[in-house]
Design a protein. Structure first.
Lengths: 234, 250
């Protein structure tokens, strides 16, 4: 599950297995393209991308699950069936796919939402279901593209905490892309700042993770990292 | 339900005016019967019209189902093959320029006076809007949903079954509703080309006998049948596409 990934012009990055790397940068810095390339949805014009040893697009597709910016839930499926879709795609009968997905709903605070269609869910709930769907794809690598970009600040803070817990319960290799510096620092062990098509800063995030969010984001080390990242974005 | 009143009031006014004009001008029944005469023909000829209606309903329903099945099958094939789409779609458009009135007698010669040529005429009249809408609906799937499916183990068939086909259902039903209004006319064309029963046959028989009120009565039943089929398709859409809130206003 090692990923030695070189993407975009002059961009060289590596995500260790079960590690988490965040990429921050302004909008339109090519962050979404980077994730499409890594996911195997597109091929790079030049350079090499390999995920867990697989360099071909098909191999990357088999190892990565991408959570797009929009929740992309299917309006005709219930929350449970949306979350379980990757299992059905892999050939599991619907009944078994549901049985696999249901315990995660209970464990990750979505109990009661199973039978609702997306139109009946709040924005925050929809993102949670979209994340469960990505998790249930059973891929070693998760690619998260601005997972909470469309949410209001309070819901976003709530979901960042929820996601940190979810990843602690279901660890995966994570590549997160966001324009929210705080989000990247809270969720990732390493954060790269992308500016002008190259890596402007590399930060090792060394903050205590088990404290409540409010304490983390106001701690001295966190504020210093945040300052350095913002400076690099320019 | 409020939407149903304006057309109903207008229709009632038109029927009332019709009755008044026919009576005031003493128009003979065989030229233009008053609505009351049409109503009494409906009652007097109930047995005849009822038997004919059963025949025509069967032609409409079976022909329409044939159209839906063939249209969706063709659309799916066209969806999967760009080459066939380029080759076949223009020919399908061309087929729509052949008048059904001319097609019906040829089919009657080929297949006789039974129900089969009628089913084919109904299907030919109905299938085109369903094919076009289904092809459009399948192709208009959100590309982001398709990308999402690809990273979640979704092969071509899974994408078709779980994204493209359910996403195309509203478009398919739009086509099916348009087609539903054509089915009754198709059945009458089929019967006119050669038949021994059905509402089209009743109209054909009533014409030389100058039973104009009976013709009007048969037309009234045909309209009711077309309306009923339309309502049935709309009901099916509400049952099969419950996630689409705007479907209620269609």
């Amino acid at each position: 599950m090692l990923g030695g990934k070189r993407v975009l012009d002059g961009l060289d990055l590596h995500v260790p297995a079960m590690g988490s790397v965040g990429i921050v940068g302004r909008s339109a810095a090519g962050k979404s393209t980077l994730l499409s390339l890594v996911a195997g949805l597109e091929e790079p014009d030049a350079g090499e991308i390999s995920v867990g040893g697989a360099a071909a697009a098909g191999g990357r597709l088999a190892r990565c699950a991408l959570m797009p910016q929009r929740d992309c839930l299917l309006p005709w499926r219930t929350a449970l069936d949306n979350a379980a879709i990757a299992l059905e795609n892999a050939g599991l009968p619907r009944r078994d796919a549901r049985r696999r997905a249901a315990p995660l709903f209970a464990r990750l605070g979505l109990a009661g939402a199973e039978r609702l269609r997306p139109a009946k869910l709040s924005g925050g709930m929809r993102q949670r279901v979209a994340f469960l769907r990505t998790l249930l794809a059973d891929k070693p690598v998760l690619l998260l593209d601005e997972p909470f970009g469309a949410l209001d600040a309070i819901t976003r803070a709530e979901l960042q905490e929820w996601l940190a817990d979810a990843l602690a319960a279901e660890p995966r290799t994570v590549l997160l892309v966001t324009h929210d510096v705080e989000e990247a620092l809270l969720l990732c062990e390493r954060v790269l700042v992308l500016a002008g098509g190259r890596v402007a800063a590399e930060l090792d995030v060394d903050v205590p993770r088990d404290a409540p969010r409010r304490e983390i984001v106001t701690s001295h080390s966190f504020l210093e990292l945040r300052e350095r990242a913002l400076e690099a974005i320019g | 339900m409020r939407r149903i009143w304006p057309p109903l009031v207008l229709l009632a006014a038109a029927v009332g005016a019709w009755e008044l004009v026919v009576r005031a001008a003493h128009v003979p029944d065989y030229l233009f019967p008053a609505p009351t005469k049409v109503a009494s023909s409906l009652a007097d000829d109930a047995g005849l019209l009822g038997r004919a209606t059963l025949v025509t309903v069967r032609e409409i329903l079976l022909g329409y189902l044939l159209a839906v099945a063939v249209a969706i099958a063709i659309a799916v094939v066209l969806h999967f093959s760009a080459a066939l789409r380029r080759a076949l779609l223009p020919i399908l458009v061309l087929s729509q320029t052949v008048p059904t009135v001319l097609l019906a007698p040829i089919l009657a010669i080929l297949l006789g006076y039974g129900i089969r040529p009628k089913l084919i005429v109904v299907a030919v009249v109905c299938f085109f809007p369903i094919v076009v809408n289904t092809v459009d609906g399948l192709r208009s799937a959100d590309p982001e949903l398709v990308r999402m499916m690809r990273t979640l183990n979704g092969g071509r068939l899974a994408i078709f079954r779980r994204v493209e086909l359910p996403g195309a259902l509203p478009a398919i039903f739009s086509g099916a509703r348009v087609a539903a209004t054509y089915a009754a006319v198709g059945a009458v064309f089929g019967e006119w080309a050669g038949s021994s029963s059905g509402l089209g046959f009743v109209i054909l028989q009533a014409q030389p006998a100058l039973e104009t009120a009976r013709i009007f009565a048969a037309v009234l039943v045909l309209s009711a049948l077309a309306l009923a089929l339309y309502a049935l398709v709309t009901l099916a859409e509400h049952l099969l596409v419950p996630w689409r809130p705007e479907a209620r206003n269609a």
